[in-house]
Design a protein around this ligand. Sequence first.
Ligand SMILES: Cc1cc2nc3c(=O)[nH]c(=O)nc-3n(C[C@H](O)[C@H](O)[C@H](O)COP(=O)(O)O)c2cc1C
Length: 215
Amino acid sequence: MLKERRSVRGFRPNPVPEETLRTIFSMAQLAPSNCNVQPWLVHVVSGNAAQRLGDQLVERARAGAAPTPDVPLTMAYEGEYRSRQIDAAKALFAATGVARDDTDARFASFLRNYRFFDAPHAAFLFMPGWCGMREAADCGLYAQSLMLAMTAHGVASCAQGALSHYADIVHDQLGVDVNMKLLFGIAFGYEDTTHPANSARTSRLPVESTTHFHC
Ligand SMILES: Cc1cc2nc3c(=O)[nH]c(=O)nc-3n(C[C@H](O)[C@H](O)[C@H](O)COP(=O)(O)O)c2cc1C
């Protein structure tokens, strides 16, 4: 499953059957967490709820409004991290034919985030406001478990920090208490294999550069 999962940014409109959704989200509950506190709260939007939320996010972004995230945004990556960020963006733009200096096309491409890349569903991950980095890590484990469970059921996904940019809209639309902090969203559904964005691929560092074995 690990090798099969990748970020998909073009989906078919048909929804995932409710029974499959329940199976996938039940499997994700098996994710481990510090002291088994299971700090994640998940809201899934589909159909009209997804449409309404997407409309509002796009409208806000088009207006050039400043983000209102619950959790501070990482403003700029530096050094080797910045290089990897650039490589990932280059792979996406090369796949979709967006030129580096075409700011309109880049903005249009970015706006697709707020429509969940046309996915029929999006999951929003929250954690209680008292949580720290350890609990955020728990939520990361949950998210990967969820995406792997999706992969196992033929469901494609893309984690999206962009879905946390206008957190006030998400709280309002979903009726989630402001004491719950929005971390990120995950678009999911069935892959549109003809969408150019889905031919983009990313690479990983060799294991030696991140992992040290001691005896
Ligand atoms: C927490 C998180 C937030 C992400 N946010 C976005 C996003 O806002 N938009 C996007 O297109 N991809 C987003 N991604 C996807 C990453 O770009 C992607 O995982 C990375 O480039 C590796 O590619 P892969 O998932 O295909 O292996 C996010 C991934 C994670 C884990």
